[in-house]
Design a protein around this ligand. Structure first.
Ligand code: ADP
Ligand code: MG
Length: 679
């Protein structure tokens, strides 16, 4: 037996159960052992029957007798019995568990754990957990692990399956952390941590076990990142294209219609000084939507071009690539700099010509989508590669850009996460954060609109549009290949154009339109020839239309908060007050509670924190896109453990960056690949 042994070989169970386990991501012994409890029920305090209380869970040890099966008034089966210990007796009742009759017998010694009710002068235990008295209790009389369940797969079942397998843990999960790290952080052994996390002896042990596992995750993640950074610097030292600050760059900055915010200025300075070092820059520029990352990148690109090098700018969508192409063309006007736009829809002959001119250096800046790395594009002298909305690209894709003769690499990200967290996830890059919005921006007013106010909202929007503003309507089409959902977007567009706003010009944008069609729609919207743009989430990133002041989102509960925040960032970019209206398809309380965070917070940092807390890391769309790893035990908001783990990782990398002394650690790191969702 090893960690890859399939679950089906571990115990006999039904196909249905195996499928359920699979849906929880559990296929092998290793998966099952790593399927940690969600929480614990503390049933470790045993009480006597004379001390039963109705305001808590009572865990009792005693003997069962007088078991009878009855029918309730509504025909439901129930089981009644008496339960006795040295201090007295109590009635017990179980509803709807007919199988119990076969499991329990008079005179049996049991542990029961459950709530009690007091009625007609009598105390009754109601549907308690039960477990035969044995040397080691699994389900009662301890800290009882509670697992994430799925239909038909209970915690109790999981406890029974996992417990006997834990004896394999010391052999299959040997210690791999260096002694000095274990000592310095007073960590308990790895195998012990796993066992104690499933069936903790006491709260203290549980805490130590959870800390150990969380520490491990954060440590490995950061070790891997720091190692990647070391490799990058190692392999490229001396090959850097040292690019000094050009006077004209400062002049261009002075000619901008606005002054950079402090945070923008700091970031720009960091980037410009990176460009002039002996190893290539690998920097992440992080800033909330609308914080003005493009101009910072634009000035850096300008500086590179003026020094006689080429640059490349890669964006996740054609719309965005085109927008960058137009705004940078305008910014660099009059300097004789030649820009190329290369996307999936650039005609082949045209593309061939552009490729030729990039290779021989006639073109200076290539702006495009994935096409930039998919096609066989080569540069004569690439000095800087910029990746916009980097979370939309995989690590591999980004590193492809690095292969063009080790250019400087700058990534931009609008996923606002705290610094410690960003350092954990993107630890292989240096970090600049723009944590300040350009002055004079009015906060966007956000409202959750109930269905019965929909009509009023439409009237209000019409009024605004007639006074010159524009609006977005976002419809949830999570999977652009989903035909049914696409239909509903199309019919929503139809309804808005023909029934609601017949006198206004409505446009439609979705992922399955041709790039040229999308381009046409977007330029019409920019020119205010379209007043209301109905769109799927393709609109999400980067689009800049200052005159659009209304963002209306349908089925808002289906999006993550970070993603909603991205949508909202499409408005509020100009001088006019902007609004964001959230409509729900399903007005459940939890969804409403989550959306209320959108109303009360304007900071993307805060919202991503709440998203993490409420929906858990990993699984959710908004977070998934940001490349946050799906950690099992560690919390990405636990900055204390993150910092401890980073110290430890730094210590190891400084001592032995290639981990030659630590083969077990090296192996563990190589298995870690999977943890990056974007890989
Ligand atoms: P993002 O960081 O989301 O990519 P953009 O770079 O698209 O944001 O900038 C949003 C808008 O803010 C653009 O219209 C840009 O011209 C403008 N902008 C950028 N920096 C400033 C500034 N310092 N003052 C005023 N407006 C700015
Ligand atoms: Mg942007």
């Amino acid at each position: 037996m090893d960690i890859s042994t399939p679950v089906s070989k571990l115990f006999s169970t039904t196909k249905a159960h195996l499928n359920r386990l699979h849906s929880l991501g559990v296929d092998s012994l290793g998966d099952l052992i790593n399927y940690f409890p969600r929480t614990y029920n503390d049933q470790s305090e045993m009480v006597h029957i004379c001390d039963i209380r109705t305001d808590r869970v009572n865990t009792l040890s005693g003997t069962i007798s007088q078991i009878v099966e009855l029918k309730s008034r509504f025909g439901k089966k129930l089981l009644k019995a008496k339960f006795t210990d040295d201090t007295g007796s109590v009635d017990v009742i179980w509803f709807n568990q007919p199988f119990l009759k076969k499991l329990l017998y008079n005179g049996q010694k049991l542990i029961l754990s459950g709530k009690a009710k007091f009625e007609l002068g009598k105390v009754t235990l109601v549907s308690p957990e039960y477990e035969p008295l044995q040397q080691k209790q699994l389900h009662t009389a301890r800290l009882v692990p509670v697992y994430h369940e799925t239909e038909g797969l209970s915690s109790k079942w999981l406890r029974e399956k996992i417990h006997p397998l834990l004896k394999t843990v010391p052999r299959l999960f040997p210690e791999y952390l260096p002694d000095e790290i274990i000592k310095q952080h007073s960590l308990i052994p790895y195998a012990e941590a796993i066992v104690e996390t499933h069936f903790p002896a006491d709260p203290k042990k549980l805490e130590q076990a959870k800390f150990r596992l969380a520490f491990d995750e954060l440590f490995l993640l950061q070790l891997k990142a720091l190692q990647a950074k070391w490799h990058w610097q190692q392999s490229s030292t001396g090959q850097s294209k040292k690019i000094p600050l050009h006077q004209e760059t400062q002049k261009l900055q002075q000619k901008l219609p606005f002054t950079l915010t402090n945070a923008q200025q700091v970031a720009l300075t960091e980037i410009l000084s990176d460009l002039n070092r002996e190893f290539p820059m690998s920097r992440l520029l992080q800033g909330d939507v609308g914080s003005g990352k493009t101009i910072v990148a634009g000035l850096a690109i300008y500086n590179v071009l003026l020094n006689g090098y080429q640059a490349a700018l890669m964006a996740p969508t054609e719309i965005l690539a085109e927008q960058h192409f137009h705004s940078l063309s305008r910014l660099f006007e009059g300097r004789g700099l030649l820009l190329a736009l290369i996307t999936g829809s650039t005609p082949i002959t045209e593309k061939k010509k552009l490729q030729e001119h990039l290779a021989n250096g006639k073109l200076h800046l290539a702006i495009g989508t994935h096409a930039l790395i998919q096609e066989q594009i080569s540069f004569q002298n690439l000095g800087l590669a910029v990746v916009d909305e980097q979370h939309r690209f995989g690590v591999e894709q980004r590193s492809l850009l690095k292969t063009h003769g080790t250019p400087h690499l700058l990534s931009l990200s609008a996923t606002p996460i705290p610094r410690t967290l960003a350092m954990t996830i993107y630890g292989d890059q240096d970090l600049s954060i723009i944590d300040e919005m350009p002055k004079g921006r009015l906060p966007i007013v956000t409202r959750i609109v109930p269905e019965n106010k929909r009509h009023d909202a439409y009237l209000w929007i019409e009024d605004r549009v007639k006074s010159g503003r524009q609006a977005f309507v976002i419809c949830p089409l999570i999977d652009e290949s989903d035909t049914l959902e696409l239909k509903s977007v199309l019919s929503e567009y139809d309804r808005l154009q023909n029934e609601i706003f017949p006198h206004l010009k409505i446009g439609l944008l979705h992922g399955r339109m041709k790039a040229t069609e999308k381009d046409e729609i977007m330029s019409k919207f920019k020119a205010n020839e379209i007043q209301i743009l109905v769109s799927t989430s393709v609109i999400e990133v980067g689009i800049d239309i200052p005159n659009a002041t209304i963002m209306m989102i349908e089925g808002a509960e289906r999006f993550g908060l970070s993603q909603l925040h991205q949508f909202r960032g499409r408005v509020g970019r100009g001088e006019h007050q902007s609004y964001c209206f959230l409509f729900m398809q399903n007005e459940s309380d939890t969804a409403k509670q989550r959306l209320r965070a959108m109303v009360s917070h304007n900071s993307g940092f805060k919202l991503s924190e709440i998203d993490l807390e409420m929906r858990g890391p990993g699984q959710l769309l908004g977070i998934r896109q940001s490349g946050i790893p799906d950690l099992k035990m560690a919390s990405l908001s636990d900055s204390k453990t993150i910092a401890l783990a980073r110290d430890a990782a730094n210590y190891i990398i400084n001592k032995d960056p290639q981990l030659t002394e630590f083969p077990k650690l090296r192996e563990k790191i190589s298995q870690l690949q999977k943890i990056y969702l974007n890989d």
